[in-house]
Design a protein around this ligand. Structure first.
Ligand SMILES: Nc1ncnc2c1ncn2[C@@H]1O[C@H](COP(=O)(O)OP(=O)(O)OP(=O)(O)O)[C@@H](O)[C@H]1O
Ligand SMILES: [Mg+2]
Length: 490
């Protein structure tokens, strides 16, 4: 496949130098003025440069840190925020080294040069910085076009908290919690095998994202990944979607359909909401998993296709097996690797990292500059239970970015009603907090925490814990079950 990336619109780049240093000015002129590819414009102050930036298309700013200016009006930082596509190069002398170094970091400058600079150095720095701009521009276009199709960085933990670089950078698993780190390790191992994967997790925990990560980190990444939601579909339609059908075999559908299992030959099919399929469909699926056999609806012919299945469910499939609603053999077949994604409330360390990630994502989408969250907002986010998990956090951040003031921080007043309620929750001396909701809900939350903390302290010795809490063994076991408490690493 070819992607068309337009070349730079104009072959002349404008460079804005901000300096009062006659020697530097002379060197820049010498280095850049004779080059036909550059237009050099020199300003004496940040103020003057800002006016120029507003009215001209500038590609690069050369900033002299020796300028004696008010710290608050520091130009490169402003350029970074307001004109992020304009490259920044800082020049400093030995006496302003500290300031220049800080400025370089704060403004995410391309390069920091120390005086005296030489002509060849300037030429090279400008050339490279502009090349970087052009590459970033092309990268933006290509990643928009390619979306996920070349993404092999979904697992890249080195970049998990970074928001720069990487293709399709906003389709990446972001996490900071040890629970997710362990899970991702397991998923990476699963990705390298040919086994089926069964992903379990509440709604919005990232099951689909995990499935994509596995596919794009597997040996099948060059082949297609197809996604089928099995929920709310009648059996014939679902069969036709996956196994294909002959012309006229499906009422109202004249054309023949290949079906996703054959279309994904060599690749992966992600079956979402697998718990929802009928028992007859389960039998067909099992046959496909065992033999790779695909028989289109209305056809006697059997085809073969080599597909890896990743299935997901938000209902406990093992319980459905126990109730006879899901075939045991199919369950074992699908569960080659079982991955349980914990709800967000059980991995609160991820909330801050995810919130920052979504802030970056949505401020980019709406072209809005939002500086970050106030500490109060972050504290409230980490107290919230997030019944809709990561998706709910994502929606919340998206909404807040949309209503936050340009150039400001996301504050409590931007929170949705559900979260704003938690504003008045406070930490009690014992480390318990009022989390909002009805009295019964709050008491239950506290009860669950007390039971869990006691069990944890006693290394899950239930007899001892029951005695300490004044409960019977059965009474304690019921609470453990009801609140879905689990022994870490059991
Ligand atoms: N760890 C994560 N890092 C970054 N984004 C995430 C993460 N987990 C989830 N998301 C984002 O949250 C949203 C919901 O994720 P996804 O659709 O994968 O969840 P799901 O478990 O399949 O939900 P459902 O059960 O409702 O289908 C998506 O926009 C996804 O990109
Ligand atoms: Mg999903």
């Amino acid at each position: 496949m070819f992607y068309f990336v337009p070349m730079i619109n104009s072959s002349i780049n404008t460079i804005l130098a901000v300096t009062q240093d006659a020697e530097l000015k002379a060197i820049l002129e010498h280095a850049l003025k004779q080059e036909r590819a550059y237009r050099l414009s020199i300003c004496k102050s940040s103020k003057e440069a800002l006016v120029r930036l507003e009215s001209h298309d500038v590609d690069l700013v050369f900033f002299d840190a020796d300028l004696n200016e008010d710290r608050n009006s520091v130009l490169p930082v402003k350029v970074r925020l307001s004109y992020p596509r304009v490259q920044r190069v800082i020049v400093g002398s030995s006496k302003t080294l500290g300031t220049a170094d800080k400025l370089t970091k704060d403004s995410a400058a391309y390069l920091f040069l120390t005086k005296p600079v030489v002509v060849s150095q300037v030429k090279l720095a400008v050339k490279r910085a502009l090349e970087l701009s052009e590459l970033s521009r092309r990268h933006r276009i290509v990643s928009r076009e390619l979306r996920l199709s070349v993404d092999d960085e979904l697992f890249d933990e080195n970049k998990r908290l970074s928001v720069s670089g990487g293709i399709s950078k906003f389709e990446r698993l972001v996490y900071a919690s040890p629970k997710m780190a362990d899970l991702v390790e397991k998923a990476k191992t699963a990705a390298k095998t040919e086994m089926s994967v069964l992903i379990f997790g509440e709604t919005g925990t990232g099951k689909e994202l995990m499935a994509k990560a596995i596919h794009f980190n597997s040996g099948r990444s060059e082949s297609p990944l197809h996604i089928q939601n099995c929920g709310g579909m009648d059996e014939t339609t679902l069969r036709a979607e996956l196994f294909g059908h002959l012309p006229g075999a499906i009422p109202g559908v004249a054309a023949e359909r290949l079906g996703l299992f054959r279309a994904a030959d060599g690749g992966t099919v992600f079956l979402d909401e697998i718990s929802e399929v009928s028992t007859t469909f389960q039998a067909a699926l099992l046959r496909f998993l065992q033999e790779g056999e695909v028989k289109p609806v209305g056809s006697d012919k059997v085809y073969h296709s080599d597909v890896r299945i990743i299935a997901a469910t938000n209902r406990p499939l093992d319980e459905l097996v126990g109730q006879g609603k899901f075939r045991k053999d199919l369950y074992y077949r699908l569960n080659g690797f079982g991955l349980d994604i914990p709800p967000l409330r059980d991995r609160k360390e991820d909330i801050g990292a995810l919130a920052e990630f979504f802030l970056e994502k949505y401020s980019g989408v709406v072209g809005r500059r939002v500086l970050g969250f106030t500490s109060e907002v972050l504290a409230i986010l980490s107290r919230y239970q997030f019944p809709g998990n990561v998706r709910e956090l994502e929606n919340e951040v998206q909404r807040m970015v949309a209503i936050a003031e340009q150039g400001g921080y996301i504050a409590e007043r931007h929170l949705s009603e559900d979260l704003e309620k938690l504003k008045f929750s406070q930490t009690l001396p014992e480390g318990l907090e009022i989390t909002g909701g009805s009295l019964k809900e709050m008491v239950e939350t506290m009860e669950a925490r007390i039971v869990e903390a006691t069990l944890g302290r006693l290394h899950w010795n239930q007899t001892q814990a029951a005695r300490e809490l004044g409960l019977s063994r059965v009474g304690l076991a019921n609470k453990v079950k009801r609140y879905n408490l689990g022994e870490q690493g059991r």
